[in-house]
Write a protein that binds this ligand. Structure first.
Ligand code: SAH
Ligand code: SF4
Ligand code: F3S
Length: 434
């Protein structure tokens, strides 16, 4: 009888893909099947995120709960970014943990499984050419890694310390993976990396010079593939060539993530983001002028050390001007191994909370205005998710989440949908009969 695997995935899309890789390896080589119930699992894995402090604090209480309720003889492993940065300390603090597998060591899952108390967190381990076995949690869209690690040194960010230096995955591997996904029914691919538009910067073997724009062109040649998405691009590398490809390639979905972080050029400098407020606004303007209907999402950090009221006002200013269709906003969280954690001018927590709430309120009212404008509009929706309330949900190319009344037969298909009721998160629509 096969053994059961429970896996909890925290963090970003890269972690989601790492979990799929782990599942693929364990299914094929170790005969595991997935369960949603940790109590019946033979192996419990937590794929962790380190980007802010809170989830790291929660890890140990969560591990304790899993340990208390687990089936007799079941084992617990910790993977992902917190595994990378805490390593052995995890086993010291939670001695019942069987192994620790870092975010850059995913291909070693079959190995650590058989070595009690194994800790594999090597930060320069190179798995950029490892062909993982296939597993995808959605038959409709395929997550595909195009690079590992990150070469930026944003002063607040722990990711380069948990995922190591940036290495691009050879284009042939990416194209083959995308082809296999499309052959098995996926019509959308989601290209993943911490800095995707820096693709081609470094390979581990000999490979011809290439760029993200060229990669997009290659991927879009795949017959049967309808939609290409990617995350995260970096505003610094949004050159004209890239924006033009984005604008003119019909398969590329017209939604761009442009992580602002701060609207103050001084703070952007302290964050080592490499661009100014003006460059950011210039890129958004170019994008909006070339791509009608494009949506722009962003990430913002408030209360970075040294952030003055004026700096914060600059962030509000950019939010007001750009009117992002989606914003993920966070209070700055000091992270170990990062430069900003050594700064001395931390912002008072009450001020930080007030700024976050000011920004979020403003964004909510912008969003209300944007979504009200969707009423009566028609979007082409790719349906991919059955909702328990009798609805089926999907996204427009511009990444607007839309649901309609319906059932399974809509899944994996495209329909034109007219919006009949708007809300901040999910729009309700009706399929227009062709
Ligand atoms: N490579 C991606 C970011 C990955 S981290 C990019 O550059 O867009 C996702 C988001 O978490 C970041 O964009 C940032 O807004 C936020 N973040 C990262 N470190 C943080 C910290 N120390 N405190 C608060 N938010 C942070
Ligand atoms: Fe972190 Fe900056 Fe790299 Fe993004 S680009 S992962 S924020 S260091
Ligand atoms: Fe978190 Fe690691 Fe992703 S820190 S955001 S899981 S790269």
């Amino acid at each position: 009888m096969s053994r059961k695997l429970f896996i909890e995935t925290l963090g970003c899309a890269m972690n989601v893909r790492d979990s799929e890789h782990i599942i693929a390896e364990l299914k094929e080589s170790e005969d595991y099947t997935l369960t949603q119930n940790a109590k019946e699992a033979d192996l419990i894995l937590i794929n962790t995120c380190s980007v802010r402090e809170k989830p790291v604090q929660k890890l140990f209480s969560e591990l304790g709960a899993f340990n208390k309720n687990k089936k007799e003889g079941a084992r617990i492993g910790v993977c992902g970014c917190t595994a990378s940065h805490l390593g052995e300390e995890i086993i010291k603090r939670a001695p019942y943990v069987s192994f620790v597998l870092g975010a850059r060591n995913v291909s070693k899952i079959g190995d650590v499984l058989h070595r009690d108390k194994a800790v594999e967190t090597e930060i320069d381990y190179d798995e950029s050419e490892y062909a993982f076995k296939d597993f995808r949690s959605s038959p409709y869209k395929a997550y595909i890694n195009i690079s590992i690690g990150c070469d930026k040194q944003c002063t607040y960010c722990i990711v380069p310390k948990t995922r190591g230096e940036e290495i691009s995955i050879p284009a042939e591997l990416i194209i083959n993976e995308a082809r296999r996904a499309v052959e098995s029914g996926a019509k959308e691919v989601f290209l993943l990396g911490q800095n995707v538009n820096n693709y081609g910067r470094r390979f581990s073997g000999e490979h011809p010079k290439t760029s993200f724009t060229q990669l997009l062109q290659e991927v879009s040649k795949i017959d049967g593939l309808k939609r290409i998405r990617f995350t995260s691009p970096h505003p610094l590398h949004m050159d004209d060539e890239f924006i033009e490809e984005f604008a003119t390639n019909d398969k590329i979905c017209k939604s761009m993530h442009m992580p602002l972080q701060s609207g103050s050029t001084d703070l952007l400098k302290a964050m080592k983001r490499g661009y100014t407020k003006e460059w950011f606004l210039n890129r958004v303007a170019k994008l909006r002028s070339m791509v009608p209907g494009v949506t722009v999402s962003t990430d913002v950090i408030v209360a970075f050390p040294g952030e003055s009221e004026e700096d914060f006002e600059e962030t509000l200013d950019v939010a007001r001007e750009v009117k992002f269709e989606q914003m993920f906003s966070f209070k700055y969280s000091p992270r170990p191994l990062t430069e900003a954690a050594e700064y001395e001018d931390f912002i008072d927590p009450e001020v930080a909370s007030r700024r976050l709430s000011t920004l979020q309120k403003m964004q909510d009212s912008i969003l209300d205005e944007i979504t009200e404008g969707y009423l009566g509009k028609v979007f082409e929706v790719y349906f991919e998710e059955l909702r328990p309330d009798g609805y089926v949900a999907g996204r427009s190319g511009s990444n607007v989440m839309i649901k309609v009344k319906g059932s399974e037969e809509l899944l994996g298909k495209f329909f034109d949908v007219k919006i009949i009721k708007t809300a901040r998160m999910v729009q309700i629509g009706e399929i227009i009969e062709p």
